[in-house]
Design a protein around this ligand. Structure first.
Ligand code: FES
Length: 177
């Protein structure tokens, strides 16, 4: 992990993608590229953005660090501390709860031996509660990166989901392929 802003180095592929986003906006409006750049940074640095990484983004965009912090802390899709290989974003909003979200979350906690917000001892899973993911009719459900896993309404399905995730490598961002 980088300890200072000067130790934060984006790969050439990531920098090229960052510059591509910045080029979409007129001079002086580079901040408009902040959200995609935070996504790139999160993919680049192990699934989370540290204060040093956010400071580097501010430097690249020529804005104040607080302008990056306020966006990164607002959206739950950005992780502000180290996470496991797979971040399970579990929906805990009303409609999913009516369809068994609390039982699904309890099963995940018990099977992975973690509480909400924690990472499993093997570094494989982080359990992250989030609000409605707009798949209410298919609850209980969760999201891992860009993929929805739905109807996790039985122990059998939760077990199959965990086995599936253990067999996967994290997705490589398109720009890094
Ligand atoms: S309430 Fe869970 S997806 Fe909408």
């Amino acid at each position: 992990m980088a300890e200072t802003i000067n130790e934060v180095k984006f790969s050439d592929a990531a920098m090229a993608e960052i510059q591509r986003y910045i080029s979409h906006y007129p001079e002086g409006r580079q901040k408009s590229a902040l959200l995609p750049i935070l996504h790139i940074a999160q993919a680049e640095f192990g699934g989370w953005v540290s204060p040093e990484v956010m400071d580097k983004i501010a430097e690249i965009l020529n804005i104040q660090p607080i302008e990056v912090y306020e966006v990164a802390t607002f959206y739950t899709m950005f992780n502000l501390k180290p996470v496991g290989k797979h971040v399970l974003e579990v929906c805990r909003t009303g409609p999913c709860c009516l369809r068994g979200a609390e039982q699904m979350i309890d099963m995940l906690k018990q099977k992975l031996n973690i509480e909400e917000g924690e990472t499993s001892a093997d570094g494989m899973f982080t359990l992250k509660p989030v609000e409605c993911l707009a798949s209410c009719g298919s609850g209980p459900m969760l999201q891992v990166r860009e993929t929805f896993y739905e109807n996790l309404d039985s122990e059998e399905r939760v077990d199959a989901f965990i086995a599936h995730m253990r067999s996967l490598e994290p997705e490589t961002p398109t720009w890094a392929k």
